[in-house]
Design a protein around this ligand. Sequence first.
Ligand code: GDP
Ligand code: IMO
Ligand code: MG
Length: 421
Amino acid sequence: MIDVLLGLQWGDEGKGKIVDYFAGKYDVVSRFQGGPNAGHTLYVNGKKVVLRTIPSGVFHEHVINLIGNGVVLDPVSFRTEYEELSALGIDLKKNLFISEKTNLILPTHRALDKASEQAKGKEKIGSTLRGIGPAYMDKTGRNSIRAGDIKRSDFRNLYEKLKSKHLEILDRFGFNEDLDSWEQDFFGAIEHLHQMNIVSGEYFINDLLQSGKRVMAEGAQGSMLDVDFGTYPYVTSSNTISAAVCTGLGVAPSTIREVIGVTKAYCTRVGSGPFPTELFDKTGEDLAKVGNEFGAVTGRPRRCGWIDLVALHYTCMLNGATQLVMTKADVLDHFENINACKEYKIKDSITRELPFRLDDEKINPVYEIFKGWNSSSAESNTFASLPEEMKKYIHYIEQYLKVPIKYVSTGPGRDQILEKK
Ligand code: GDP
Ligand code: IMO
Ligand code: MG
């Protein structure tokens, strides 16, 4: 069976930490979509590690980690990540596997991402510029090069053919940066990729499932960045919801058991696009400061606001979330009031549904207001001993979403998490 863990907001909900916390109970951790646009932060023995493409199960020796076919893999950033982990003593040779159908990100995909964002001007998506959009476009456009292709004798030809297509487009964009050193790095990284365990991901995982192994599928980004259901066009280029597990790993829907949704106790977004509960005042600044809200990949400041239950209700529905983890609850410890958006007021009507395009509407969030608890939640070592006002806040959210919050995270550390018994 597979349990899915994914983000319900605009990414950076703390998925990495939570996967690492749960991973001990699983045999396999697998990424099914996204690429090095993800930045999943873990603290292991007090040391901070940011994972990009490699699943967050790698700090548990017995766990097999699989990069699924739904992922787009940049050999260059993958090699860097691999070397960083090896330097920490992690033996990835033994328990990291890559699906042969994983699509590769080429240097020209990164260039295209940059050129396309520049051309969009004010309407730019705020992409991480890791080549994600162009790589997925080549996948659906049936032009892509996949991990298994590196073993083919005509690999270089495949590469040159795709590169020349890209260069034509780059030319039209007026892009004229020198790509030679990028290309050198790329071919060095391809040599490194040759040494990896490249497998038929779908047989690999189905065999493991057949033999009774427990799998955790680790989502990247968040449901509000899903290419179909997110705040299009300000989204990423993959499906980020639970349905993508099946296509991103090659498994049947019936193999999925729990869908664990992760949400911050408030809300953040990095990059452009609508964000109804965004705060532009001192409270927003305080959330950013206390929450240390800077992107794990790009270092960009994250926009901050109150929790948006209208959006969360929507993403619980899309994913079929069976339980929730609330992260960064400690960040709210010292606010006078805490707000939760329960409805949107659009023109004169009140709704609990998301409009077609959030950026076409002036959305006024309607808030339920909670008294702050003004004490340190990190000092509680059981759920029951959390501040009463915090428990009221949690209870309200559970009632609203009709999904239980089973865990509350009160700090970035591996063990700073409380289970509601
Ligand atoms: P991910 O992309 O969903 O894995 O999340 P990121 O790693 O991008 O961002 C989450 C950030 O919050 C990281 O810096 C984590 O170390 C940190 N974090 C995770 N859980 C908690 C928590 O409960 N409290 C606090 N204060 N920080 C947390
Ligand atoms: P994790 O897995 C937060 C955002 C970017 C941009 C939009 C498109 O760490 O939660 P892309 O590079 O995919 O073309 O960017 O999506 N974005 C993320 N925001 N966390 C992420 O991943 C993100 N991955 C992409 O900021 O707005
Ligand atoms: Mg992140």
